[in-house]
Design a protein around this ligand. Structure first.
Ligand SMILES: Cc1ncc(COP(=O)(O)O)c(C=O)c1O
Length: 395
């Protein structure tokens, strides 16, 4: 490899370090959960996407072990060659039923689902109108598609309407609106009733990425559209958050959409099938999600208690109802200092700053889950107050 190339990479890394933007990974020994072992210390974990606390649930572990025993370890094939097991179709049908769609199709991750969604469905005669804060995988998926691209300011309905009009005035054949159901940096819900109304007015298809809502938002946990009582035409989602937290993504929608994706979606056609353990655990997660509201109730009780406690301590929070509760420091270095001070208190969180969020909007993004106890939360609140005073986030 040419020295000049490696020198260029080393310079880039030095720049990331100098800007204070280097992300460092801390290894967890043992399972994901409310309490994790990091570097030999038990710490309270307040930043996982483990909304329902299922990541170490014995029922999922058991389903995964049993599937490995009776279905083997790996598929060694894409789906259409020899990689489809009964478990794959069972999970696809079950997800579709749960989400109120005709059918669904599994991917290795929702990143792949979003990456593979647009290109087979839309061509140069079509248009995609996308929220500016959509997840990176939607942005990448749209880039891979030949449809004309329009971007509207986050949740700005006037801007969305202006872009829809522009797309229609430009003669677009089909128009698709693409939005996250929940914007993950802020925990803000997309304005789905208004977006649906605009989609209907402009005869557009509504695609919602519901990664941060499926399993816990809305009646029976059916997601953000269900929360608002509106219909999405196409849903994408993940098994990597509330539904067990392992990996795997899906697209759910009308039968012709799913059928065409099975023929044409490149990350589906050219990538390995999900392993049996993951697929079976996905079914077990849906069993739990559909059995009752107890985990969802605990999750939202925890969210309310956590939010109230932080507000009472004087922290600056973004408003909302979602289990993502961002604690604003605004300054990037302050976010890092706050995360370090919390680490010293035995609380595991992560600072988020530019380029993940806009400059001046640095934060500690806390996330609630159903596995946290009231005692955990009160300990977390004490740690936040102490760390906040230490680094000057609280006066
Ligand atoms: C909104 C959104 N979409 C897609 C993804 C990707 O999901 P996965 O981890 O299944 O690839 C994520 C995960 O970070 C997400 O937050």
């Amino acid at each position: 490899m040419p020295d000049a190339f490696l020198a260029h990479l080393t310079d880039t890394l030095a720049g990331i370090e100098a800007d204070g933007l280097m992300k460092r990974e801390r290894a967890i020994a043992g399972p994901q959960g409310a309490h994790i072992d990091v570097g030999g210390r038990q710490v309270l974990n307040l930043c996982a996407n483990n909304y329902l606390g299922l990541a170490d649930d014995p029922r999922l572990v058991d389903a995964a072990c049993r599937a490995m025993q009776d279905h083997g370890f790996g598929m060694a094939s894409v789906r259409f060659i020899c990689g489809t097991q009964d478990l794959h179709r069972a999970l696809e049908e079950r997800l579709a039923q749960f989400l109120g769609m005709d059918d669904s199709i599994l991917f290795a991750a929702c990143f792949d689902a979003n990456g593979g969604l647009f290109e087979p469905l839309l061509g140069p005669e079509d248009a995609i109108v996308s929220d500016a804060l959509n997840h990176a995988s939607i942005i990448d998926g749209i880039r891979l598609c030949k449809a004309r691209r329009f971007r509207y300011a986050n949740s700005d309905m006037d801007d969305l309407e202006a872009r829809l009009r522009e797309a229609r005035d430009g003669g677009a054949r089909h128009v698709m609106i693409a939005t996250d159901g929940v914007f993950s940096m802020d925990g803000y819900l997309a304005r789905l009733p208004e977006i649906r109304a605009l989609a209907d007015r402009y005869d557009a298809i509504l695609m919602v990425d519901d990664c941060h809502a499926t399993g816990f938002m809305g009646p029976k946990g059916a997601g953000a559209p269900a929360h608002f009582g509106v219909r999405a035409d196409i849903l994408t989602g993940t098994l990597g958050k509330a539904l067990g937290g392992a990996l795997g993504g899906y697209i759910a929608g009308p039968q012709p959409v799913v059928d065409l994706l099975r023929q044409r979606a490149r990350p589906y056609l050219f990538s390995n099938a999900l392993p049996p353990a993951i697929t079976a655990a996905g079914l077990a997660a849906l069993d739990i999600v559909e059995a009752g509201d107890d985990l969802r109730t605990r999750l939202f009780d925890n969210t309310a208690h956590w939010r109230q406690g932080l507000e009472a301590a004087g922290f600056d929070l973004l408003p909302g109802e979602h289990p993502i509760v961002p604690v604003m420091t605004h300054d990037a270095r302050l976010a890092q200092e706050m995360a370090a001070a919390l680490d010293a208190e035995g609380v595991y969180v992560a600072g988020f700053f530019f380029p993940v969020v806009p400059k001046g909007q640095a934060r500690i993004r806390t996330q609630m889950n159903a596995a946290l106890t009231r005692e955990d939360l009160d300990r977390g609140l004490e740690a936040f107050a102490s760390a906040g005073r230490k680094v000057g986030v609280l006066s």
